[in-house]
Design a protein around this ligand. Structure first.
Ligand SMILES: [Zn+2]
Length: 269
């Protein structure tokens, strides 16, 4: 047998010991924060999350966020949670005054740490946000006949492996006892990333005609709540709402977990 040249066996053994020790620490202290990586022996999840998650998914949540990171997640003041969906009104708006419910500001852990979430917990984080959002809406007393997520294009779905909006929308629907339909709204074309477009008018143009409604659904007279993860100008949700109205919806409510602006005078119900 030939030994590989140049390997420092001392370093390999030390690395092995370090890894074994890290594993042992995790056995004793199992709660490692998916955002900052800190390990603790106490659970700081918001109360009831474990049982809520188990009810929804039939197992314990794999996500842990430490108390320090959780405290960075500040809910907006009551009067700022409902706003108008579009930052800038568009000419001949097919759904003027469209209401958006968005309870968290896009800052703190949502802005800084989410893009860096570790240990493959992105989907778990979306579910956690969905549970938080669903609980907020439960207190709000939301009424809708069906909840639909903003769909991803096939290309983005293949790239990411899951639809963040769908993972957020599902707990919202379940917690509020509203049917969930992720086959209702259809992405007709890939629009790329809205967040990479600076100009507001260009954002509106970019998503125009991007959505349709499955022919299997008749939305006549229905109130539809459409859910996305993060809102910037509201153009994507507005375009999704336009497609839902075109398919006969009586009323559309836009819902997002977080965003970075607030526009007064929305009338949600
Ligand atoms: Zn943390």
């Amino acid at each position: 047998m030939r030994m590989a040249a140049g390997i420092n066996t001392g370093t390999v053994i030390q690395k092995g010991i370090r890894e074994a020790m890290a594993g042992a620490v995790e056995l004793i202290l199992p709660y490692r924060c998916a955002l900052c990586g800190s390990v603790s022996d106490t659970e700081d999840r918001f109360s009831g999350y474990d049982s809520l998650y188990k009810d929804l998914y039939g197992k314990e949540p794999a996500l842990h966020i430490c108390g320090r990171c959780l405290s960075d997640l500040n809910i907006l003041a009551q009067e700022k949670r409902w706003s108008l969906c579009l930052t800038n009104p568009v000419a001949n708006d097919v759904c003027p005054g469209l209401a958006l419910y968005m309870p968290f500001p896009y800052k703190g852990i949502v802005e800084k740490a989410v893009p860096e979430i570790k240990f493959g917990k992105e989907m778990e984080l979306a579910r956690f946000f969905g549970c938080l959002l669903g609980s907020c809406l439960q207190r709000e007393g939301i009424r809708a006949d069906v909840i639909v997520p903003v769909p991803l294009s096939e290309e983005r779905m293949a790239e990411r492996g899951f639809n963040q909006a769908s993972e957020i929308a599902y707990p919202v629907a379940e917690i509020n006892g509203i049917p969930f339909a992720d086959d209702l709204l259809i992405r007709l074309r890939d629009t790329g990333r809205q967040s990479e477009i600076r100009d507001n008018n260009e954002r509106v143009r970019n998503v125009t005609g991007a959505f349709g409604v499955s022919g299997l659904w008749d939305l006549t007279g229905m109130t539809v709540a459409v859910v996305d993860d993060v809102v910037t100008t509201g153009a994507t949700l507005h375009e999704a709402a336009a497609a839902l109205y075109k398919a006969g919806a009586y009323k559309v409510l836009c819902i997002a977990f977080a965003g970075n602006r607030y526009i007064k005078n929305a009338e949600p119900f």
